[in-house]
Write a protein that binds this ligand. Structure first.
Ligand code: IDP
Length: 153
């Protein structure tokens, strides 16, 4: 070939996941973290917090006006949740693959949502969907002092 084969660049990324109320209620915190850790992702920050309805609406602002918005924001603010910053190569896409499709009936076998989620709203876990959302969502829950900066690299 005239050109050397280009290998895809593996970007070290950060993403935000949330262990949602339905998973915490069913004692699935360890199970969910284990799946991400076993896949090679590193925990950079983590806490348990309860958000207000208003904060839940702010977090999910892109879904305002949709049919499931009320149910979703009520669920997210109903009991404490666990936001976690994960880092790894292509972490955003990697995490979304491990989570599976939004609705567990559409999710591939072996994904968190296929194996653990209750339905299309109570789907156990959130994961950022782009670098912009990851940055916004990480800053929503954590300040820089709360993130284990030197774990990467
Ligand atoms: P994602 O969490 O897979 O990225 P989004 O479309 O960003 O999916 O939706 C955010 C959350 O809103 C979902 O995780 C789920 O809890 C809820 N949701 C999304 N679509 C529906 C729906 O059609 N019915 C009920 N709840 C939904």
């Amino acid at each position: 070939a005239a050109f050397p084969l280009l290998k895809p660049i593996n970007m070290l990324e950060r993403t935000l996941i949330i262990i949602k109320p339905d998973a915490i209620k069913r004692e699935l915190i360890g199970e969910i973290l284990l799946r991400f850790e076993n896949a090679g992702l590193h925990v950079l920050a983590m806490k348990m917090v309860q958000v207000s309805k208003r904060d839940a609406e702010k977090f999910y602002a892109e879904h305002a006006g949709k049919s499931f918005f009320e149910k979703l924001t009520t669920l997210l603010s109903s009991t404490p949740i666990i936001p976690v910053v994960l880092s790894g190569e292509n972490a955003i896409a990697h995490v979304r693959k491990i989570m599976g499709a939004t609705n567990p009936v559409d999710a591939e076998e072996g994904t968190i949502r296929h194996d653990l989620a209750l339905d299309g709203t109570q789907n156990s876990v959130h994961g950022s969907d782009s670098p912009d959302s990851a940055a916004r969502e990480i800053a929503f829950f954590f300040n820089t002092l709360e993130i284990f900066e030197n774990r990467e690299g």
